[in-house]
Design a protein around this ligand. Sequence first.
Ligand code: PHE
Length: 346
Amino acid sequence: MLDKLNALEKDFNGQIVNCLKQADVLNLKSQILGKKGSLSEILKSLKDATPEQRKEIGPRSNEIKQNIEKSVQSKLSEIEIKEVNEKLSKNKLDFSLRDSLLELGLRDGGIHPVAKIQREVEDIFVSMGFDVLDGPHIEDDWHNFGALNIPETHPARDMQDTFWFKDMKHLLRTHTSTIQVRGMEAKKPPFKFVGPGKVFRCERTDATHEMCFHQLEGMMVGKDITVGNLIYFMKTLLKEIFKKDMEVRLRPGFFPFVEPGFELDIRWKKPDPKKGESEHSGWLELLPCGMVHPNVLKAGGIDPGEYNGFAFGLGLDRLVMVRYAIEDIRHLHSGDLRFNKQFKSH
Ligand code: PHE
């Protein structure tokens, strides 16, 4: 019997290598392991075997069964991978857009200006000892509102028109302040970090508002942190980005998660698409910020009696608009090649 078993295994090993389709593999498997399969047939004669023979045959037949099952599994996935690769190789690249790209002088791509400025700002903060954290786009009520001192009935919820999911418990984050909460959960003070990313608001779009835009949140928590520290970091940031001292204006701003809260605006020459930089200059809201509210620290598991800190949220798309004199934020996501062309070398 033992010989028969060994022969069966050998026979199986010889046959499986020749299987080209998954169905062949499955057929082979049932010919051997199926109810009427050859292994079951051999084991039927077990009743005539001596007790010594049984001791040998039992474990050996189990071993063969397992080996066969393993080989079947790996052959099945080998065939699947081969089939997928064959399909992929048939799908040739579609070059039909190439001519219009070449007409525009676009031979290759470039980094999107928002992504570029995000990397630059991250680098500036990393050089000042900040960590860079990430967070999910889909958030729960607690991380977007509750932990940020915005309880359910708070009117501040209306300030941020929210895309809710049907369960009314999840939402697309309306700001990167969610990363503040996640950072506090993960870290022990003192700490300082920035958290960049996409944010979403269900609002009408215009030249300075988009439904999906980019912020970079910053938070520093430690002992005896002051508004002076906050202003220092903000000014250093702006100077690094614009390579010159920027004219800024600080005015009181209301955000439930900071107290006191500020709006830091920069002087901006609104570009006129026909004449280049126009004479009209105004203030652009760029950096809302403030000292972290004690309730927010508490929600993040930090004792506000011992620690305090500042937080800010930088609008990355607006920064790009100022840097490249773009008059309408909607160009940034338009995918219009005539617009994209100017960034190909950046
Ligand atoms: N999260 C605020 C917003 O998007 C911005 C902000 C961040 C304000 C941090 C103060 C401190 O409107």
